[in-house]
Design a protein around this ligand. Structure first.
Ligand code: SF4
Length: 687
């Protein structure tokens, strides 16, 4: 035992999967992961984890990890040295900037990378290349929630902490399958439900686990959440149940907002959403009379072409009923990736420097110009879609993609793949040879989260440190080192020897993180932004003022627009999609974990018995082809009573789901309407 102890190492990390931000010690012997051990002091999870955090680590040592850089040689790739690979990247990007200008290049960051790597991603784009063409995958998921919060309360982050979700009397969950997507939050809520009598109201297309256990479950017609939310708000006002004192003291825009609710009568809402007027009346009563309400939502709301407006409607309802700024209240868009919050927070967005400082604000820009020693572009750059479109039309010539499976995860995959095909120069930094790598000219082997130091920011705006558990595999490097080596070759010496120094630079330039330092984040310590210079953080926002100049929140008037890609005679079935508990997104990580694959091996379409009957008596395990107006996808059938007649549900790890989706986006956030898909279904022989 003594000998074994001697070779066992232990380091703290933060989970690489969802945005809950679970932290734990990882025990290793060499590269072997012996045990994942959550600790009492873990601020998000204490001694819990879910199955992904506990068992989802096989991918770190997977045989197909990239271990050396690759460069394209005709139709093939050949292994090369870091020197050659970085020389090629620096030379080609330099040529493109010289010939076509900085905006012919772009950098797409990774929401799985650390905050420090996010900071260097946008620094490379802005300082080294000279463009604001930088963005991250929140464009594909939660940007609409951020827009909804910016409009109404001012900060694009959760209003409080997970402990506030626990403390609330009533939890309204809209379009979030919390038990599968944010499992540790779900178990904390279930405990509050059981021990404190917390009420759960779930409004979702799917009768998933949280819905089955909720006090109230309501099923709207696809794409109509804004209608029932507005009808509930109107009924609150009609009954005089709004929080008058809160509105008077803290909120602007009441009259215009109430006027915009006029079309949303209970009768209209019943007819359009399928939820009875009686149920809506009862819901309005519950929300208005609960002592404290939190609203949780996720991609079931945001991935619609009305994602920003529906997110706004949720925040409006909370303002109307005085549910901000007290413990147990507020809006909580549940962030999907472990660091999708941090990636935007640290400036990997086309419109903002770190801390949401606008690129077109002269004072802000001059501050960064002084710090970085060059003139910076004043115009907002292209977002992810803009870069894909620019690659398609030929104006984007060079792109760096960090850890993003761009060719699969953006909607309308055929179009995206054609755009990547046309792109003259593509660099991909990855753990594995992903589908996107097939389009690359240079592939760089990146380190996994267990192989580096840094910080992540979780859904509750909580910044936490992760420590290197084991060194990078082969010649792989953490992205912060890769980005720094590249900057160096392109004439900018950053000189960082540790991510803590990168954080110090961020803190000096970013009021939101003024007091963030590695010392204050030692071990299991954490900070929730905004963090004042003296290190005081903010677990609960809006206690005194909302984040606008006058300190007052804003009710935002809304109109309803019908969802796109509606069902008709030719395409009669609606397709919804989402995460399973065991897998994560397109499955690049979890499909490499034997234990998780054993639990959920195949991709499939859930449907009701009746839908299966209507399609020739399909049974679980049969193969079917789903055909949308864009493409087709072959999956197995899974009969389920979690879905409703005429509606299918397909898990996201079937990344080919984007062969079915359209290029329609929410106009306010440019997030694709992934959840607006109509298909017809045919029996198939197999994939
Ligand atoms: Fe990781 Fe999320 Fe599971 Fe926690 S709940 S262990 S952060 S996947």
């Amino acid at each position: 035992a003594a000998a074994r102890m001697a070779v066992t190492d232990k380091a703290k990390t933060v989970c690489t999967y969802c945005g809950v931000g679970c932290s734990f010690d990882v025990e290793t012997r060499g590269r072997e992961i012996l045990r994942v051990q959550p600790q009492l002091e873990g601020p998000a999870n204490s001694i819990s984890t879910c199955v992904k955090g506990k068992f989802g680590w096989d991918y770190v040592n997977a045989e197909d990890r990239l271990t050396v850089p690759l460069v394209r040689d005709g139709d093939r790739f050949r292994e090369t040295t870091w020197d050659e690979a970085l020389d090629v990247v620096a030379r080609r990007l330099g040529e493109i900037v010289a010939e076509h200008g900085p905006d012919a290049t772009g950098v797409i960051g990774s929401s799985k990378a650390t905050n420090e790597e996010g900071y260097l991603t946008q620094k490379l784009a802005r300082q080294v290349l000279g463009t604001n063409n930088t963005d991250n995958c929140s464009r594909y998921c939660q940007s609409p929630a951020t827009v909804g919060l910016w409009r109404t309360v001012g900060y694009g982050g959760d209003a409080g902490s997970i402990s506030d979700m626990e403390r609330a009397e009533l939890v309204l969950m809209v379009g979030t399958n919390t038990a599968a997507s944010h499992p540790v939050i779900a178990s904390r809520l279930r405990r509050a439900q059981k021990l404190n009598g917390q009420q759960h109201v779930v409004v979702d297309l799917r009768r998933h686990e949280m819905a089955q256990r909720a006090e109230v479950y309501l099923k709207p017609a696809p794409g109509t959440d804004l209608v029932w939310l507005s009808a509930v708000a109107k009924h609150v006002v009609d009954q005089g149940w709004q929080d008058e004192a809160f509105l008077r003291e803290r909120v602007n825009g009441y009259d215009d907002y109430v006027a915009s609710l006029a079309p949303f009568t209970l009768e209209h809402a019943e007819q359009r959403t399928g939820i009875s007027a009686e149920d809506l009346r009862a819901l309005a009563h519950r929300v208005a009379h609960a002592g404290s309400v939190v609203a949780l939502w996720a991609m079931g709301v945001t991935q619609h072409h009305m994602g920003s407006d529906t997110s706004t409607a949720i925040s409006n309802l909370l303002l109307l009923t005085g549910n901000y700024g007290r413990p147990g209240t507020g809006a909580y868009p549940l962030r999907g990736h472990n660091n999708v919050q941090g990636c935007s927070d640290f400036g990997v967005i086309n419109t903002f420097f770190p801390g949401y400082q606008p690129v077109d604000d002269d004072e802000v820009r001059q501050k960064f110009e002084r710090a970085w020693g060059r003139e910076l572009p004043a115009e907002p750059g292209l977002d992810n879609h803009g870069m894909v479109d620019a690659a398609y039309d030929g104006s984007l010539k060079g792109l760096i993609v960090i850890g993003e499976e761009l060719s699969l995860v953006d909607a309308n995959a055929h179009y995206v793949q054609e755009a990547l095909e046309r792109l003259p120069f593509l660099v991909v930094s990855e753990l594995f040879f992903s589908r996107t790598c097939e389009f690359a000219d240079v592939v760089l082997p990146a380190a996994a989260s267990l192989e580096k130091d840094g910080t992540f920011a979780s859904t509750e705006r909580r910044i936490q440190r992760l420590y290197e558990v084991m060194p990078p595999i082969g010649e792989a490097k953490p992205d912060w080192k890769i980005l720094q080596l590249l900057a160096d070759r392109m004439g900018y010496q950053w000189g960082f020897t540790h991510p803590g120094e990168i954080m110090a630079e961020v803190a000096g330039l970013t009021p939101l993180f003024a007091g963030v330092s590695y010392d204050r984040l030692e071990g299991y310590a954490s900070l929730q932004w905004p963090v004042a210079a003296d290190g005081t953080d903010t677990p609960l926002l809006y206690t005194d003022r909302f984040h606008f100049d006058d300190g007052r929140a804003r009710l935002h008037p809304l109109e309803f627009r019908e969802p796109t890609d509606q069902v008709d005679e030719e395409y009669p079935l609606h397709v919804n999609n989402g995460r399973t508990l065991e897998h994560f997104h397109e499955g690049n990580l979890t499909l490499r974990s034997a234990g998780l694959v054993q639990l959920v091996p195949d991709t499939y379409a859930e449907m009701t018995w009746r839908t299966a009957e209507e399609h020739g008596g399909l049974a679980t395990g049969d193969w079917v082809r789903l055909i949308s107006r864009r493409g087709e996808l072959t999956v197995r059938v899974l009969l389920s009573d979690e879905v409703h007649d005429g509606e299918l549900w397909v898990p996201m790890q079937a990344a080919e789901i984007n062969l079915l989706t359209s290029s329609v986006v929410d106009p306010d956030s440019h997030t694709p309407a992934y959840k607006e898909i109509a298909v017809r279904l045919e029996r198939a022989d197999g994939p």
